[in-house]
Design a binder for this molecule. Structure first.
Ligand SMILES: [Cu+2]
Length: 251
């Protein structure tokens, strides 16, 4: 029995060793070809985090499914087996230990990177943003409005911002929970009733909703009937264009 389990263990390891590199090749390819565009500093950090977790998840998927499929095929009970079902309780030390060890290792790694490292990077960008452009974002069922207190622009329906500058979005809701999300920026912030929260985002690309639908404000917290329609047009423009827009709004 013991010898059989060792053979199974080695077979499973061989199948892992074949499948994991093949799957990782696909992961690399899909990240290059299928990943949505990212156009903010913070989005680069979240993209790196998701990409890393994607790689890890695919490995875990293979680690878990291969033993199951292998056992189901190799240790199938013959159809003419008249024996009553038996439960085999063979503790198999090396396999259990490897399993436990790998699980602890993966969890520890993901906790540190991208978990803590990614958060630290996001916090550092926010802390380094001296005197950012402030935009007050208000969500209500089911629309957005944007005010620029320093520029004197109130209740704009369009979110127009300059490129390559940190922008501090101070978000609040007039009713239920919403979530401020511009997909192409790769990060979002929940709007919680009774709370004022903020998020610093630095757009890195001039883009408008017309050019790329991912560059729009989209509520991402199910907030009722009009949730899916709770959008706003985004325009990331040059500093010069932004100033011209502000001047236009004030009069
Ligand atoms: Cu919503």
């Amino acid at each position: 029995m013991k010898r059989n389990l060792w053979r199974d263990f080695i077979n499973v390891v061989i199948i892992w060793a074949i499948l994991i590199p093949i799957a990782q090749t696909f992961v690399f390819w899909s990240v290059d070809h299928l990943w949505p565009a990212v156009a903010s500093l913070q989005g680069e950090i979240t993209k790196d985090a998701i990409t890393f977790i994607y790689h890890v998840t695919v490995v875990v998927f293979i680690l878990v499914t291969v033993p199951f499929v292998y056992a189901a095929i190799v240790h199938r009970v013959p159809l003419d087996d008249k024996q009553s079902a038996q439960i085999h309780r063979h503790a198999f030390g090396p396999f259990t230990l490897a399993w436990l060890g790998i699980s602890i290792m993966i969890n520890t790694v993901v906790f540190v990177y991208p978990g803590m490292v990614g958060l630290e990077q996001l916090w550092n960008i926010a802390a380094d943003a001296k005197d950012p452009l402030v935009v007050d974002v208000t969500g209500q069922q089911w629309q957005w409005s944007f005010s620029y207190p320093k520029q004197g622009v109130m209740n704009s329906r369009v979110l127009e911002v300059p490129v390559d500058q940190p922008i501090k979005f101070i978000v609040k809701t007039d009713d239920v929970m919403h979530s401020f999300w511009v997909p192409i920026w790769g990060i979002k912030q929940a709007l919680v009733p009774g709370e004022t929260r903020s998020i610093v985002i630095t757009p890195t690309e001039e883009v408008t909703t017309d050019q790329n639908p991912l560059a729009r404000v989209q509520c991402s917290w199910d907030c009722g009937l009009g949730h899916a329609q709770m959008r706003a047009v985004v325009k990331v423009v040059s500093d010069k264009e932004f100033k011209a827009w502000v001047a236009n709004q004030s009069f």
